[in-house]
Design a protein around this ligand. Sequence first.
Ligand code: GTP
Ligand code: MG
Length: 167
Amino acid sequence: SAEVKLAVFGRAGVGKSALVVRFLTKRFIWEYDPTLESTYRHQANIDDEVVSMEILDTAGQEDMLQREGHMRWGDGFIIVYDITDRGSFEDVVPLKNLLEEVKKPKNLTLVLVGNKADLEHARQVSTEEGERLAAELSCAFYECSACTGEGCISEPFHELCREVRRR
Ligand code: GTP
Ligand code: MG
């Protein structure tokens, strides 16, 4: 069976842990508990292949050295921003640039996720802006909500596995 190492990045509070936990357990965590760093193992059947994922949920607060280590470790990356926090959207390109520095660009497999889509009234980043940025980064894009589970939470994880396996 295939082994894929996925790492989730994004500013503190965007909902990285909530997304990972929603994906793994179908539950939502209301409390905000800043992550130190957690890894999870998960097996899924993706296109008739059993894929073993190792998922690293990074801390928004991690330092540069830790971040680079996590980037070196991963095969594929999810960059998350919060649609109600423009600053978290502005963090995406610098994260992508660092990923490019650490990985060779052709080893760079990532997807972009705009989380908290349930908070439409507080939206600061339009869907079109997210789509445009993803096109610039040539990566898949998903808007979703770890809270309601809307927007196919599994899809970014599965798509990332597919792309890593295709490469
Ligand atoms: P760090 O570990 O500090 O980097 O933060 P994080 O990115 O892991 O954020 P976390 O998952 O802990 O979520 C932060 C807060 O946002 C928590 O209170 C979550 O309940 C909330 N949250 C996460 N996802 C969503 C969502 O889709 N909708 C709403 N309404 N709240 C969310
Ligand atoms: Mg966290």
